[in-house]
Design a binder for this molecule. Structure first.
Ligand SMILES: NC(=O)c1ccc[n+]([C@@H]2O[C@H](COP(=O)([O-])OP(=O)(O)OC[C@H]3O[C@@H](n4cnc5c(N)ncnc54)[C@H](O)[C@@H]3O)[C@@H](O)[C@H]2O)c1
Length: 440
């Protein structure tokens, strides 16, 4: 007899985007019967440093979520997470802390439905692959992969196992971005042709520890020159521009400025003799990437993470009938003739086009985390796991956002030459209809 979860999985893969080339999931490993069963969703957390602990805190505010296992290379971090779970009134989770590969033992547990991965970037793809092979839903932090080969491995593993892999790109779930998505779908901006987006955030002290020594992330600044963090910029843009559901990235061109900001910030804080300030950082301060889509639309992505500045994302989406500008918190709609050439405040549009995920703001777990966005994201991830459906951001969307990292690097290294973006969907971007955040 075919188990119910197997049927559902087959159905959503057929209706969705994946081709099931190989094994269907072992039903038990997938958390059988969760859709109709009051049994809780059981999640293993791997990497409980800064971000992983924040995500764990949100999960613990949700009813019907258990955390039977936590894993971190650092035993102190793992025990802190264990205590956090126990303090929430849940059973204390088992700790996996015996070296870099100990996550494999966690993946082999039979009682987990999903894993949340919040480890350094180089571990994301290997851990996600291991989880999918073990039949566990994957919620992986950004970026989900850092090479083109890793992107392909994630896609192929999700296709052959039938297990969803969702990159936890929180800005896809931001309240204003979802309202803009509804305005686009209502045709307010006409046909979309262009978008601008950025991750402008001074992260120098995320790349370095309290003593100003490079952390794991700082190592990437030494070795690579790329848009190393493209997914926060692109999160909402994917659905705004129907990427992987009617259009896809075709060509990528990137340019990097010289690298001065890291050295200058380290010198100002630690003095001229601070050894890490003298290291030869490859990473340019500002990386500007242009993407042309197959449909002929264009996207400008800016990475600006090494210079002192306030945070912003500079989202702007423009079509034949108007545009939205996040920095101005304003829209311009051509048909409002009396207001021609004037920006209108965005707030009334936000109220009118508010997305259902946010309407009951009181139901958002962890409202402190990025204004509640992380709570909406995790709540919807858990909902997919419980219902045994495809995740809202699937493996194709996850790798499409992440692949800008290695493709921008290739383009910069080749003197800003155009680089082709692989079609990870194998042509399925054409018949696939927009599905992210569609309200019935
Ligand atoms: N979406 C967001 O808004 C957001 C914000 C911050 C960070 N992040 C992402 O979260 C991830 C983690 O960032 P962070 O700032 O928390 O880093 P961190 O260094 O504070 O935490 C990483 C943790 O992973 C552990 N770890 C390393 N290798 C491991 C292994 N092999 N097995 C188990 N544990 C291992 C480390 O001991 C550490 O505790 C990164 O991918 C980052 O890009 C996302």
């Amino acid at each position: 007899m075919i188990h119910k979860s197997t049927i559902q999985r087959r159905d959503f893969l057929k209706a969705g985007t994946a081709t099931v080339a190989g094994t269907l999931l072992a039903p038990v490993a997938m958390g059988q019967g969760l859709a109709s069963d009051p049994k809780p969703v059981r999640i293993g957390c791997v990497g409980v440093g800064r971000r992983g602990t924040s995500l764990l805190g949100i999960l613990l505010r949700m009813e019907g979520v258990e955390v039977p296992a936590v894993c971190d290379l650092d035993p102190a971090a793992a025990v802190k997470a264990q205590q956090l779970v126990a303090r929430s009134g849940r059973k204390a989770p088992e700790v996996y802390s015996k070296g870099t590969e100990d996550f494999q033992r966690l993946m082999n547990r039979g009682d987990l439905d999903a894993v949340i991965l919040a480890t350094p970037w180089e571990w994301h793809a290997p851990m996600a692959v291991s989880a999918m092979k073990a039949g566990k839903y994957v919620g992986v932090e950004v970026p989900c992969a850092i090479t083109v080969d890793e992107c392909w491995e994630l896609v192929r593993t999700s296709e052959t196992t039938g297990v969803p892999c969702m990159m936890l790109e929180n800005w896809s779930f931001r309240r204003d971005n979802l309202a803009v998505l509804k305005m686009i779908r209502a045709g307010l901006f006409g046909e979309i042709v262009h978008c601008h987006c950025a991750h402008s955030h001074n992260c120098v002290y995320w790349y370095f520890d309290a003593q100003g020594q490079p952390r794991w992330s700082g190592d990437h600044l030494l070795r690579r020159n790329a848009d190393q963090y493209p997914t926060h910029s692109l999160g909402p843009v994917l659905s705004w521009m129907d990427i992987n559901c009617g259009d896809r990235f075709d060509t990528v061109v990137s340019m990097a400025s010289r690298s001065l900001g890291i050295k200058d910030q380290l010198e100002r804080k630690y003095g001229k003799d601070h050894a890490p300030a003298k290291l030869p950082y490859q990473q340019g301060d500002i990386v500007t990437t242009m993407v042309k889509t197959v449909r002929g639309n264009t996207i400008v992505i800016a990475m600006d993470m090494q210079l002192p500045r306030p945070y912003d994302n500079r989202w702007q989406i423009q079509g034949t009938r108007g545009l939205y500008n996040e920095q101005r918190d304003a829209v311009f709609i051509a048909d409002s003739a009396e207001k021609a050439e004037n920006w209108e405040p965005f707030a009334p549009y936000q109220a009118k086009y508010d997305h259902g995920w946010w309407r009951d703001a009181a139901a958002v777990p962890g409202t402190g985390a990025h204004g509640g966005t992380d709570g909406v994201e995790l709540r919807e991830f858990v909902r997919s796991v419980r219902a045994i459906t495809q995740t809202l951001i699937d493996v194709y969307d996850s790798v499409t956002m992440s692949v800008i990292f290695p493709l921008s690097e290739q383009s910069i290294a080749a003197g800003s030459a155009p680089v082709k973006c692989p079609d990870f969907t194998g042509g399925r971007w054409q018949p696939t209809k927009p599905k992210f955040a569609v309200e019935s």
